[in-house]
Ligand binder design. Structure first.
Ligand code: BG6
Length: 483
């Protein structure tokens, strides 16, 4: 008998094949989930258990790193898998789903990723089938709405069956190891926090650049655009972790209380400030990693006003961050895949080296999330020598390469961590409703600002760093993007 069940909606979809099944397999292989956990998959396709298991085997063969492939472990993993076809728009099917799950005394964790219009019927179906009891928690994958109003409607539908403490909103960036390491860097070390404010920091940059284009997600992406797809969730979560006050403890309430305060302190970018504080772009034909690639509208097959690039100048209006710009930038078809947080510290108040020719650069801290994971502090050092011609100072990196420092530790992908937390019921790395709503409120004002100013995305060549206006956005302040 199963002691616990993970119920996977969208079981035949891209996310399940690429990320969820491989992550679950690794948790299984590493002995991190109970032996009696069963994984029930559901989707519209009329598959049997055996057919879904075959699909899972194919997905594992395709998406697991080669060193993780182990036939015996794969065989024991797929034995956990069971499948129930379901048309979530039809209430009748949910009883069969409940039968398939059977008894699950230690509880059920649901992973729900579905089209927006299916949220309400799915929740209603789960409720009617008795799948919303006290030992059931629900994980929700994006997109959870396209603005504040639609996000509230989804949250209300979910709240009618699941209280907030059993609702786990996924932002997979919070599952990334270096993102969690940011908390360790800030709150497990003495040397950063005293400088972590407007006295010590000149500005912050957050870049999430991708080389990929549409990747076949035509309908979804064209409806969303870069602001909703990346800034509303991932980038604002990164900003909140950088800017938040020290939480009282490492627990879900304390951390999320501090994040939401930051999100609510974001200065609105509205109709007045949108033209000076935001830049939007859409990729035109160009070259990506040495190959000619088509433009966005060619891939889409129609004209579009959707932005594939956005750059913003944001401010957190509180004491700690007064006067410190947070520059955010994300886009598709940029020159490299690079996610990082870049902290530019202030210059020393006075240079004792100036009269001896020494030039100073202000310290910088780079927190690189991907493709590599490292934290690098750039500090000034004197070049070795007799200094007869003056003192030469040079910026040198103090590197904390997480890949090297923890070489023995297996690099885990975000969904491994988040699925395990969902199964075990730890909400710390999930997003609370008040955070999501504060995020949407800020994003909606920006979109309204674009509409009021009739702002259209400016074209940029695929493989470039976005429209030139994005460079001007920071250069006006005497700041260069850290590429
Ligand atoms: C997703 C977006 O949330 O994040 C995608 O919908 C994007 O458009 C992806 O490609 C990026 O995630 P990662 O982990 O590859 O940086």
């Amino acid at each position: 008998m199963a002691c616990e069940t993970l119920l996977l909606f969208g079981a035949t979809g891209d996310l399940a094949r690429r990320m969820l099944l491989p992550s679950l397999f690794v948790l299984h292989a590493d002995g991190l989930v109970p032996d009696c956990l069963q994984i029930v998959g559901t989707a519209r396709s009329m598959l049997s258990d055996a057919e879904w298991r075959t699909m899972a085997r194919q997905a594992l063969a395709q998406f697991l790193p080669p060193d993780r492939i182990d036939d015996a472990q794969i065989t024991s993993f797929v034995e956990r898998l069971r499948y129930q076809p379901l048309d979530a728009s039809q209430p009748e099917g949910f009883a069969a789903l409940a039968d398939k799950i059977g008894d699950s005394p230690r509880g059920i964790a649901i992973f729900l990723s579905t089209a927006p219009q299916l949220f309400e019927p799915t929740i209603a179906g789960l409720k009617a089938a008795g799948l919303t009891g006290e030992n059931v928690r629900i994980g929700l994958e994006k997109p959870l709405g396209r603005d504040l109003a639609s996000s509230r409607a989804i949250n209300d539908a979910v709240a009618s069956a699941f209280p907030e403490e059993r609702t786990f909103r996924i932002d997979h960036y919070l599952g990334k190891e270096t993102v969690q390491n940011l908390l360790a860097l800030r709150f497990a070390n003495m040397m950063f926090e005293p400088l972590w404010n407007a006295n010590g920091i000149d500005h912050v940059q957050i870049t999430v650049s991708e080389t990929v284009g549409l990747e076949g997600r035509i309908d979804f992406y064209d409806e969303a655009g870069a602001l909703r797809d990346m800034v509303q969730n991932h980038m604002l979560q990164l900003l909140a972790l950088v800017a938040m006050e020290p939480p009282a403890s490492f627990d879900a309430t304390a951390i999320r209380d501090e994040k939401v305060k930051v999100l609510r302190s974001l200065r609105r970018i509205d109709a007045d400030s949108a033209p000076s504080h935001s830049v939007i772009g859409q990729y035109a034909p160009g070259a990506s990693r040495g190959e000619a690639v088509p433009g966005y509208t060619d891939e889409l097959g129609k004209a579009s006003h959707t932005e594939t690039f956005v750059a913003l100048k944001a401010h957190v209006d509180n004491w700690r961050w007064q006067g410190v710009p947070f520059y955010l930038r994300t886009g598709k078809r940029l020159p490299s895949r690079q996610s990082e947080i870049f902290i530019q510290f202030k210059q020393v108040p006075y240079s004792i080296f100036a009269k001896r020719g020494g030039r100073l650069k202000a310290n910088k801290l780079v927190i690189r999330l991907q493709p590599e994971e490292y934290i690098r502090l750039l500090v000034m050092a004197k070049e070795p020598g007799m200094d007869r011609e003056g003192i030469t100072l040079r910026e040198v990196p103090l590197d904390l390469s997480l890949t090297h420092a923890f070489a023995g530790a297996r690099k885990r992908i975000a969904y491994e961590r988040l699925l395990l937390d969902l199964i075990e019921g730890d909400p710390t790395l999930f997003v609370r409703r008040d955070e999501v709503e504060a995020q949407w409120e800020w994003i909606d004002a920006i979109r309204a600002g674009w509409t009021a100013n009739q702002m259209e995305p400016k074209p940029y060549g695929a493989g470039s760093w976005g429209p030139s206006a994005a460079i001007a956005l920071t250069e006006r302040d005497g700041v260069s993007w850290h590429d």
